[in-house]
Write a protein that binds this ligand. Structure first.
Ligand code: PRP
Length: 184
């Protein structure tokens, strides 16, 4: 396949993405069998969309779909734990639900740490997190996701949902963006 001219190298190939989603789906099926509770996968827009739709098709047990969209405030207020909720889940049955938050990437850890806390505060029976990519080198708050597709180095990655200025989300693989594209 011809690689996009703006991509320096492929970090996670289509084949590896397929293997990752297969493995994670099996782990999720194993961990949530016989719970007697609905399992709700909460996808975080927009980056998680590709990963979410591939993962959910491989999970064999019944799941429900929900989505949230968030953004951080500026750097100064982020440290005080503020995120903007652009799209929220509207459910009044959280105490009877197992929630699994699905993300494309963990960077500072703020988004997932705050969303997990929010859904726990609202009374969800359980809240776990699943991320395709984890950049531990960038962590600013301590946060350990429950399911991780792949740990990656601190490179600027795009594709398979991840963007730079809203582009590249449609690439079928995760690649490293050439520095010249974003450093000018
Ligand atoms: C990205 C990513 C995570 C978050 C991770 O979203 O999808 O939600 O940043 O960063 P953190 O660990 O430092 O909180 P982004 O704000 O780029 O929005 P998008 O998913 O719509 O691209």
């Amino acid at each position: 396949m011809e690689m996009n001219k703006d991509i320096e190298c492929v970090l996670v190939s289509e084949e590896e993405l397929d293997a990752i989603t297969t493995r994670l789906a099996a782990e999720i099926d194993r961990d949530y069998c016989n719970t007697g509770r609905p399992l709700v996968l909460v996808g975080i827009l927009k980056g998680a969309v590709m990963f979410y739709t591939d993962l959910i098709r491989k999970i064999k047990r019944p799941v429900e779909m929900e989505f949230m969209k968030v953004s951080s405030y500026g750097a100064s207020t982020v440290s005080s734990g503020c995120i903007n909720l652009h799209l929220d889940i509207k459910r009044n049955d959280l105490p009877s639900l197992d929630i699994l938050i699905v993300e494309d990437i963990i960077d500072s850890g703020r988004t997932l740490s705050m969303l997990s806390a929010l859904l726990r505060d609202r009374g969800a029976f359980s809240v776990r997190t699943c991320t395709l990519l984890d950049k531990p080198a960038r962590r600013e708050v301590k946060f350990d996701p429950d399911y991780v597709g792949k740990q990656i180095p601190d490179r600027f990655v795009v594709g398979y949902g991840l963007d730079y200025n809203e582009y590249y989300r449609d690439l079928p693989f995760v690649g490293v963006l050439k520095r010249e594209i974003y450093s000018h």
